[in-house]
Design a protein around this ligand. Structure first.
Ligand SMILES: O=C(O)CCC(=O)C(=O)O
Length: 276
């Protein structure tokens, strides 16, 4: 259960840094699977079959690995955005219905929550993630508070399998902007240049929970260490996939992946009113 302090801070700031959420065994297993997926995606990213996502970016669909990968170097250095990573390796199963995570998710989403987004972000030297969100926003990202307390639409948990300092491309936020009445007037400047934006340095095993309504991005990775982070999105069950390649479709969980899951894990991908 979320503590009163955690609820107060999440409501006040729009995010929580959660030190040591993952065990060192989990970190080692996840880091190994992340490295293998990175290598697989690097070898396949330019191959067919290709699809153009609803928002215009191009992906390679890898049927064998069960993922979609977009490679871009718009922000000064290469980024791989690898969606649907759950299919690639059984090591990722431990992030589906992960008990500590679910205690937070149940504390901030009032309807039955499901997983609607899964990304491995691989950010090489020179790259940053542009600032986005904050202020008045589409209902599906909205931070809501009602008579029963916090009731988020889309939220994300980021899992860290290695340390990330500000210099190494930390995830960054403008605290409190999930409640802003104005959109940010600063436009698409690099994150470091936006007033109020702060980096959230972390250690391996830490996690960061945030509402998508919060203004956020990723600092420039100035280091030779490639930044690799696992992002899992949650929302009320009726939200379809929020992965860019499969936007608003059913979650892309292969039969072989579903077969590995326990019923409680499978339920996290049921987008109908009642679990089957
Ligand atoms: O960590 C980053 O570089 C940006 C992440 C992001 O935008 C997200 O998880 O929504």
């Amino acid at each position: 259960m979320m503590t009163d302090i955690e609820k107060y801070e999440f409501d006040r700031l729009g995010y929580l840094v959660l030190p040591g959420l993952l065990s060192s065994t989990a970190v080692a297993q996840l880091a190994d699977a992340v490295d293998r997926l990175e290598q697989h995606a690097l070898a396949h990213k330019d191959l067919p079959p290709r699809l153009t996502a609803p928002w215009g970016s191009e992906y390679h669909h890898n049927a064998e690995g069960g993922y979609h990968v977009n490679a871009s170097d718009r922000a000064g250095g290469l980024t791989l955005l690898i969606e649907d990573f759950f299919n690639f390796d059984p090591a990722f199963d431990q992030l589906v219905n992960e008990p500590k995570t679910m205690a937070y998710i149940q504390g901030i989403i009032q309807e039955r929550p499901t997983i609607n987004n899964s990304e491995l972000r691989v950010r090489y030297k020179g790259n940053y993630s542009g600032t986005h969100m904050g202020g008045p926003i589409s209902q599906k990202y909205r931070y809501v508070f009602n008579t029963k307390g916090i009731d988020c639409m889309m939220v994300r948990m980021i899992y860290f399998v290695h340390d990330v300092s500000a210099e190494e491309g930390a995830f960054c936020v403008v605290p409190g902007t999930h409640k802003s009445n104005y959109q940010s007037p600063y436009g698409r400047v690099p994150p470091e240049a936006e007033p109020g934006m702060i980096p959230l340095p972390v250690k391996a095993g830490d996690a960061i929970l945030f509402t998508e309504n919060l203004r956020h991005g990723g600092f420039i990775n100035h280091s030779d260490q490639t930044r690799k982070t696992l992002h899992v999105g949650y929302g009320p069950f009726w939200m379809k996939s929020q992965n860019i390649a499969t936007m608003e479709q059913d979650p892309y969980i292969l039969p072989a992946t579903q077969a590995r899951y326990q019923e409680e894990q499978r339920k996290l991908f049921y987008t109908r009113p009642e679990a089957r």
